[in-house]
Design a protein around this ligand. Structure first.
Ligand code: PLP
Length: 390
């Protein structure tokens, strides 16, 4: 029923606005943000939480889910409030007490610790292997094994998992394969048989360092199982954040390709520098995973790591010497980011594992942004020469 606004007090008018729709047949080129917690179903429409509450469903979130699902060639997708919400939501949605999960030491530390400690509290057993240990993977499978969960390229030293082999072992035993594909982005690894992709959209997908978000993509039936769990856990993405991620996606390919091209130039520069002992970038032929990366990736991306000669100083001091590289964790911003890799390891790893994985105070990770490659290389050159920037 129409309201007679003339009869209303000002405070009532301010809570019941005069709605402005578009002229009939017109549309907004950029979708509006449904920045609302609630919807009111029209007369004759079903009254359910699906149609009335943003924690359950919101068109701005759904648009982003459809974009990501299409990009990853999956049947469906759900977006959540962070990459960790996506990882934990998928694990809790798909596993139950008595199940066994196999994962790897080369996995994002909070995810690995959640698998090792939190899942264990709910009666879910885990085995953590090296990602290259395929014979060990096959041996670790038991009748209870429900999921193999891995990351590629991995953090911080960009190890490349042999995805085809992991998938083939999993399929032989009818086990679900879940991959954290954050570093490679949602346009890659889509044709290798992975069942479920999780992403931190905080990184290259949003691309501007101003949003925390995550996603899970896979078959409709799998996402439906997870969605119910995610709705109850309540890790809903805010509509404004979802809209920002959607905006970031518009320039995703340009940003990713630019960062990858610059990363290759930086990797080549560092490889030829006498004060650099080691460079980890899968685009370099010297990287142990180079051939594997070429066979399963379209682009080796914008993240690389390297180890400086101890005479240059420790990684932390080196970070503070740089002018353009911003010292911080995280990856996938417009600005180039740098940090010591020590922070990525974690106490749950044995000293032998950590050593084998490159744990040392001289190692750094760079996430390449959108600056000119020459400027970034000059900044690194000066840092390596020992000139203080700040
Ligand atoms: C590979 C990877 N996966 C997952 C995450 C978690 O994402 P978020 O910080 O959005 O929760 C991160 C964060 O750094 C990451 O690097």
């Amino acid at each position: 029923m129409a309201i007679d606004r003339k009869t209303l007090h000002d405070s009532t008018k301010l809570t019941h606005l005069q709605e402005v729709g578009l002229p009939s047949g017109n549309k907004a080129i950029v979708s509006p943000i449904y920045q609302t917690a609630k919807f009111s179903p029209g007369e004759g429409q079903p009254f359910s939480s699906q149609s009335t509450y943003t924690r359950v469903s919101n068109p701005t979130l759904r648009e982003l889910e459809l974009s990501l699902s299409e990009l990853q060639k999956t049947e469906d997708c759900i977006v959540l409030s962070s990459g960790m919400a996506a990882i934990t939501g998928a694990l809790l949605g798909l596993l139950k007490s008595g199940d066994h999960i196999i994962s790897f030491r080369e996995t994002y530390r909070p995810a690995r610790i959640f698998i090792r400690s939190t899942l264990q509290r709910f009666g879910i057993r885990s085995t953590i292997l090296k990602v290259s240990d395929l014979p060990g993977l096959e041996k670790a499978i038991t009748p209870d094994t429900k999921m193999i969960y891995f990351e590629s390229p991995s953090n911080p030293h960009l190890e490349i998992a042999d995805i085809r082999k992991i998938v083939s072992i999993a399929q032989k035993h009818k086990i679900l394969v879940m991959m954290d594909a954050t570093f490679g982005g949602p346009h890659q690894h889509t044709d290798l048989g992975v069942d479920v992709f999780v992403h931190s959209l905080t990184k290259y997908v949003n691309g501007h360092g101003d949003v925390i978000a995550g996603s899970i993509a896979g078959k409709k039936t799998v996402i439906q199982e997870i969605r119910q769990m995610a709705i109850n856990l309540g890790a809903t993405l805010d509509p404004h954040a979802a809209w920002l991620v959607q905006r970031g996606l518009r320039t995703y390919f340009m940003r990713y390709e630019r960062a990858a091209a610059t990363a290759m130039r930086i990797a080549e520069f560092l490889s030829s520098h006498p004060m650099v002992k080691k460079v980890y970038y899968p685009g370099l032929p010297s990287h142990p995973g180079h051939e594997l990366a070429r066979s399963q990736m379209k682009s080796t991306g914008g993240i690389l790591a390297f180890e400086i000669d101890p005479s240059v100083g420790e990684a932390l001091a080196f970070c503070h010497r740089l002018k353009l590289h911003q010292f911080t964790a995280s990856v996938g911003s417009a600005e180039t980011l740098i940090c010591p890799t020590l922070m990525f390891f974690g106490d749950d790893l044995s000293p032998e594992d950590a050593k084998e994985m490159g744990h040392n105070p001289y190692s750094l990770r760079i996430s390449v942004g959108l600056e000119h490659a020459d400027d970034l290389i000059d900044d690194l050159r000066e840092g390596l020469a020992g000139k203080a920037g700040h």
